[in-house]
Design a protein around this ligand. Structure first.
Ligand SMILES: Cc1ncc(COP(=O)(O)O)c(C=O)c1O
Length: 426
């Protein structure tokens, strides 16, 4: 059966960023528990990806399982237009307790990309409502990644992203270079000169500036100075531009701070969270904003925020997100992230000496080896199976964002597998 399954999958089922006829078959997963994924053929893999950075507590977690089971018995779903329910209201209340007090309004979205679309709409609608309708552009960082829907794509890196492929469809935005000063390096105010010039030249048409604070994730796994985020906040204030913090990858402790913004003591006007919001159980994201923005929109000629997905506020997703927040608030995550950080630092350091490695960096519970040439996915898959570790490098980046509950022994296996992969890249 598993062979038939893999064969059918390869020929008929589309996977993320893949051809309809992919050269490599996908590995068939039978179950997942703790930090391990069991394959159909009996092979077991330590999951160093936390299912694209979402499964913080591992799989098959009793508390999260129970939250879903209990909620199914009450209701799996009801529409959110004109109706509301306890799981959604509790989640919004809990979320607001964990973010800066200026955040007062929550829009529940189905995925990270949708949360970004909603953030962009909020920004445009706000500017329109306050008589700044000519502000119809967004500024973004090169090297950023914000999702795959059209609006989100328009603010992803213009070269590595999908701009060229969809150039007739994607709105044209303004880009500034990716921050060059690394996290922890000495700050130089001049690093913001070019951006100030961009604000001065374009502010009258700028509705918002979007960035992934401190950590640029899928666009390059790049960790940059906290002062940069502070500088952009100040420029946004000076020029009447809203700051959108896309924390879909970083929220809930991944960087060692609950929000990456907290590290810079910056409060954005609009904040997107997702991925780890449900502990990796169900798709859910949220766009949060201040009373100024929410009331600005509601006081305009079009007071309704124009978005409303069918599965908005899905009770199952909200219930498991609530359970996830309770688990996180039990307080273990700072120690877990700090422990992962030191194992990654120690384990990956050796790779700095490899001939084909151009950089090794660790931030929070994120470890990266950057190689001179792109990885060969066939080689990578073979190494994963051989080592019993699941990694999914892209381009020249071999990285891990493990579940917070991963123990030292497993983490050491992850770092040695990453090094083995790095050695294979020529
Ligand atoms: C920073 C950031 N924004 C947005 C997204 C898109 O989220 P989703 O894949 O849930 O649509 C991602 C996904 O990797 C992300 O890392």
């Amino acid at each position: 059966m598993s062979e038939n399954l893999a064969d059918f999958d390869q020929h008929h089922v589309w996977h993320p960023y893949s051809s309809a006829t992919p050269p490599l078959p996908n590995l068939v997963v039978r179950s997942a528990s703790g930090v391990r994924i069991q394959l159909e053929d009996g092979c077991e893999l330590i999951d160093a990806m936390a299912s694209w950075w979402s499964a913080l507590h591992g799989y098959n977690h009793p508390v999260l399982n129970q939250a879903v089971t209990d909620q199914v018995a009450d209701m799996s779903h009801v529409m959110f237009g004109g109706l509301t329910h306890e799981p959604a209201v509790t989640l919004c209340a809990n979320l607001l307790k964990t973010v800066p007090p200026d955040m007062q309004h929550v829009f529940l979205a189905d995925s990270g990309s949708v949360a970004v679309e909603v953030a962009l709409k909020m920004a445009f609608q706000y500017q329109l409502a306050i008589g700044q309708g000519q502000r119809s552009k967004v500024a973004a960082l090169r090297g950023g990644y914000h999702g795959d829907t059209l609006g989100a794509m328009s603010v992803c890196d213009p070269d590595a992203g999908m701009h060229q492929l969809f150039s007739d469809y994607v709105p044209r935005q303004l880009f500034v270079d990716r921050p060059s000063i690394r996290y922890g390096d000495a700050w130089d105010d001049q690093a913001l000169d070019g951006i100030r010039a961009m604000f001065e030249a374009n502010h009258s048409e700028l509705a918002a500036f979007i960035l992934e604070p401190i950590v640029q994730g899928a666009g390059g796994m790049w960790f940059y100075a906290r002062e940069y985020v502070q500088g952009i906040r100040e420029l946004c204030d000076e020029f009447g531009v809203l700051l959108i913090a896309d924390e879909i990858a970083t929220a809930f402790g991944r960087t060692g701070h609950w929000l990456a913004c907290d590290d810079s003591a910056v409060v954005p006007d609009i904040l997107c969270v997702g991925k780890a919001l449900t502990g990796g159980y169900l798709s859910l994201a949220a766009t949060l904003t201040t009373s100024r923005v929410a009331e600005g929109i509601s006081g305009g000629q079009n007071p309704e925020l124009m978005h409303g997905p069918t599965f908005m506020g899905n009770p199952l997703a909200c219930a498991v997100a609530n359970a996830n927040l309770v688990l996180l608030q039990s307080g273990e995550w700072p120690a877990q992230v700090a422990a992962i950080h030191s194992v990654l630092k120690e384990g990956l350091a050796e790779a700095e000496g490899f001939a084909n490695v151009t950089d090794v960096r660790v931030h929070g519970a994120i470890g990266v080896i950057e190689t001179a040439q792109p990885v060969d996915m066939k080689v990578v898959q073979d190494i994963c199976l051989d080592e019993g570790v699941w990694l999914r490098p892209f381009g020249r980046l071999i990285y891990t964002m493990p579940p917070y509950v991963m123990g030292v022994e497993d983490l050491v296996r992850v770092t040695s597998t990453m090094k083995r992969m790095a050695k294979q890249v020529y």
